[in-house]
Design a protein around this ligand. Sequence first.
Ligand code: NAD
Length: 276
Amino acid sequence: MDLGIAGKWALVCGASKGLGYGCAQALVREGVNVVINARNAEALQETAALLIADSANAASAGGPKASKPQVLAVAADITTEAGRAAVFAAAGGPGRDFDIVVTNAGGPPTGDFRDWDREAWIKAVDANMLTPIELIKATVDGMAARGFGRIVNITSSAVKAPIDILGLSNGARSGLTGFVAGAARSKIAARGVTINNLLPGKFDTDRLAATVNAAAGKAGKSVDEFRAAQQAQIPAGRYGTAAEFGAICAFLCSVQAGYMTGQNVLADGGAYPGTF
Ligand code: NAD
């Protein structure tokens, strides 16, 4: 299916690896020009080269788009005002706005809520609630004026099924989810702009590896043993891949997904046990 977004400009935050990378890869394969962002300049340059090579391979293998999308790397901390200004300055030249924005940043640490002080909360709220809101604020009116826009926020399945040790994430992301529910249904909805949240369950990324390694150590199990037991509890019998996550993100950014807004789309291999 041609997603109808070749030639558009996208911002994908937290894209040097993991889920952000998966989203950037899927969009570039669709012929979308992408500004990728992460904090480490060297890692990000490598990612840009990888994305360009991947899209050339996909195109020569008869992949979705034969066009040559641009990939621009902007190393910056997206949770800061200066970082956001830097990515906007790179959006295909002065005055060019993004058509697609994928908001993402590292998740907050795990722990016991008794240990989190105001500073810990402000950091989590800044990264996982206020930063996406700032990115939405800066882009949706331009999208609405042009009649097309897609925002996808990478949140977490913890919004739907909270995990006790992820209290900072549960709280900050639920705040974003409430905001999006209202903003997506505001006047921009009738002007071609959609805002949706994409909720990952367990995807095999560096972040997952870090939490699994720590949990395996605590449980006195080997990492392999722990991973096998955890995957056996997921109805799909495995972790998800960043490429699968990216494909769902690209669909949410497509022309075809224009009637879908304000939704929380769960991708968790069936782990959430509810009917809805
Ligand atoms: P990851 O650690 O593999 O990758 C995170 C990416 O974000 C990296 O490119 C990193 O450099 C970048 N990044 C981090 N902080 C940044 C900042 N301040 N500014 C710019 N870039 C920044 O993580 P992931 O597994 O891809 O997870 C992405 C998001 O999804 C996180 O918020 C995570 O908590 C959430 N999540 C992941 C899973 C999972 O199973 N992987 C599950 C639920 C939620």
